[in-house]
Design a protein around this ligand. Sequence first.
Ligand code: NAD
Ligand code: TYD
Length: 385
Amino acid sequence: MGLGTIFVPQPIIVLNSKYGHHPNGRINNKRISLRMKKIIITGGAGFIGSHVVRRFVKNYPAYNIINLDKLTYAGNLANLKDIENEPNYKFIKGDIVDVDFINKLFADEQPDAVIHLAAESHVDRSITNPLQFVITNVTGTVNLLNTARHAWQGKYDKTRFYHVSTDEVYGSLGETGMFTEESGYDPHSPYSASKASSDHFVRAYFDTYGLGTVISNCSNNYGSYHFPEKLIPLAINNIKQNKPVPVYGKGENVRDWLWVEDHARAIDLIFHKAKAGSTYNIGGHNEWKNVDLIKLLCRIMDKKLNRPAGASERLITFVTDRAGHDLRYAIDATKLKNELGWVPSITFEEGLEKTVEWYLANEEWLNDVTSGHYQQYYDGQYNNR
Ligand code: NAD
Ligand code: TYD
């Protein structure tokens, strides 16, 4: 078996077609075989992590999925209520920075793979508290790498360390151009600098020790269970409550948006198919100026809330820009398309409409995550801005 095929399903457990999902996410009509795997997914109670956990738990009943999460402000077990009782799912509360805890976890659970999403993920918080980003994103990642390096000694070809990263490591684009896997690293925010640093460590563990690592760098995600500190869910929440929608600067910054379930599907594919040491960019070829995105969101919200056309748009409020605000991100995902056949499954308009519907139907979730410390955070970021 070559390095590039370690996670292609092996003929140990035979399942019937009811569970017959290929790694690429398509349902297989024929009987297929799956080899038992134990996978630790870090940050599984967060936004993207919860979608990855759900996908793996549902699509791979022969895998044991361990969700390792510290449950910071961004982690929420309510994101996984629908699968929490599945027999192939287990939640373990813990900190990726804690050396003894991670060592013991590997010794107890003997995982075959890690899909690493746990991180501090919000740029504005990184501007306020950069050190926490170094601790979690850099030290936490190195701690996991180091434990895996020792625990998997002699079986790097049968194990996998998948690091989930961001397009923000490549820095900021001007009006044209796109990030490819060959683009140089040029991070500007403490968040992107910490993710860039963690990416470098992951590559160092492949180059130095031969650990079976894979990295993907994805563009901005949106969808259900997104914590309302990020632009889209924050705007949905504010529009719903007829509160001002803060747009930084002139709203001319551009982001490349991808539906979170398409990201989870890409992670699934890359996890199973990528060669050790490889990198994939993931993106939707879907660039939007912030102000245009918010206007589209306002139109969708007007429709869903039966408001007169233009009512929500009046809530748009331009506020002081973010320090060091990257102008434009755009991902070239050609490698992922050509090598693994991945393309986004829905348009942005469809995805945004689904997302708005989800937030309106899940008022309790939204109320829960915006109670407690959220108001304090919001006031700190936006009052007198
Ligand atoms: P999130 O902030 O929603 O979730 C992060 C999760 O990590 C939370 O559940 C939190 O409790 C957990 N966590 C934080 N510190 C931890 C620690 N020390 N130990 C264990 N768990 C800890 O983040 P997200 O938006 O879901 O992003 C997940 C990953 O994807 C991150 O690595 C991020 O850099 C990357 N990413 C995010 C985006 C995006 O648009 N959100 C895009 C590309 C890449
Ligand atoms: P965000 O969702 O924080 O993601 P990132 O900074 O990782 O791209 O922000 C997306 C864009 O929206 C970014 O250009 C900053 C901008 N933004 C606002 O204009 N207003 C806001 O309240 C927030 C949170 C972000």
